[in-house]
Write a protein that binds this ligand. Structure first.
Ligand SMILES: *Cc1c(COP(=O)(O)O)cnc(C)c1O
Length: 359
């Protein structure tokens, strides 16, 4: 879909996407003197999902957040968090991370010339994300704790040392992340009826809800979507109503037992007429494979929780649904490989290849 004013047949410099801060400046806490640290994040594809639509009897779109510069929606929040940290004169940033926050923080910190420290839960991080944080030059420390334990140390550390925490407890993060709602409304011409979204620390569902509300208030949409949040069954504190001590799920990005934005998620669900529910790992992996094989979108297991929720609970006939796919499938190659069987090598003869292909 060509943007307004885009000349056919060439990429028009005037409509080049400069990143979410420049585009949505009026809705963000930035001023003329805020240094904008951007990798042109945002403007991610909102693609129709014909097979999913047919299966659930609704009009379903996928918001492909894995198309952001470091491969997840975290970049929307990080451009804001790092820009504001620079504005305040910070020299260093720190985060605890299940992976994507660390990759994004490392990239944006490098761009801004800040040093970046990352605490990751030992053994619970997808390989692609660890590779990113290291290659962008962050100081990475594996700690013997789960995510919640690592975040507790980060909070404590920030009280003692002059560093900025860029986890989603940093309010600038959520401000940036709400930009995805703006894009959805801009592309569809109005808000959808439902927004299905994975929930881990619950910052993103909080941010999306805020974005939809602000846009409606500004007259950019005529309605608000019901926010449908999905946790993994083994890491579903909001669903069960109390923190989960040892959260467990294949969806590492949402393996969180005590969400920082718990209240934000409840407000979003209750205020919008939606809900927060859980999906099993089996349902998540089914949706993960379905998305790749039927809709050609390779997302992370955690991202597929949104579509798993749609497949499990459905949506009213004919309603317009947007599922948020939070991160890129290439982040977690081991997760993907474990879902398929890798073929053995055959000899390089036509007969062997034909036999191998079963043609
Ligand atoms: C961070 C993340 C989530 C969870 O988002 P929250 O804001 O913590 O709820 C889901 N999926 C992916 C891929 C993520 O990186």
């Amino acid at each position: 879909m060509a943007r307004d004013g885009m000349a056919p047949g060439r990429l028009d410099a005037a409509t080049h996407w400069p990143g979410i801060i420049e585009v949505y400046r009026d809705f963000l806490p930035v001023g003329p003197s805020t240094p904008v640290v951007s990798l042109c994040e945002g403007a991610t594809p909102l693609i129709e999902a014909p097979r999913l639509s047919e299966r659930v009897g609704a009009e379903v779109y996928l918001k492909v957040e894995g198309a952001n510069p470091t491969g997840s929606f975290k970049d929307r929040g990080m451009t804001m968090a790092i820009s504001k940290a620079c504005e305040r004169g910070a020299k260093a940033v720190i985060c605890a991370s299940t992976g994507n926050t660390s990759a994004s923080a490392a990239a944006y910190a490098a761009r801004a010339g800040l040093s970046c420290a990352v605490l990751i839960p030992e053994g619970y991080i997808a390989l692609g994300k660890l590779a990113q944080a290291l290659i962008y030059g962050a100081k990475v420390l594996q700690v013997r704790a789960n995510f919640d334990g690592a975040l507790a140390i980060v909070r404590e550390l920030a009280e003692k040392a002059p560093v900025t925490v860029v986890n989603s407890i940093n309010p600038d993060r959520l401000e940036g992340q709400k930009s995805s709602s703006f894009e959805i409304v801009d592309v569809l011409g109005d808000a959808p009826d439902y927004c299905f979204i994975p929930v881990g620390n619950a910052g993103n569902i909080t941010a999306y809800w805020r974005g939809f509300q602000e846009y409606e208030k500004a007259g950019r949409s005529t309605k608000l979507p019901a926010m449908m949040g999905f946790q993994a069954a083994g890491a579903a504190p909001i669903v069960v109503g109390h923190p989960v001590k040892s959260p467990d799920t294949v969806a590492t990005a949402i393996r969180i037992g005590n969400p920082a934005s718990w209240k934000g998620a409840l407000d979003a669900a209750e205020g919008s007429g939606g809900s927060v529910r859980s999906v099993t790992d089996a349902q998540i992996l089914d949706a993960y494979r379905f998305l790749a094989a039927q809709e050609s979108v390779f997302c992370e297991p955690a991202s597929a929780a949104s579509v798993a929720g749609l497949l499990a609970y459905g949506a009213p006939a004919g309603s317009r649904v947007v599922c948020i796919l939070t991160g890129n499938g290439l982040k977690d190659p081991d997760g993907a490989i474990s879902q398929v069987s890798v073929p053995d090598a055959v000899d390089a003869t036509l007969d062997d290849v034909l036999a191998g292909l079963d043609w």
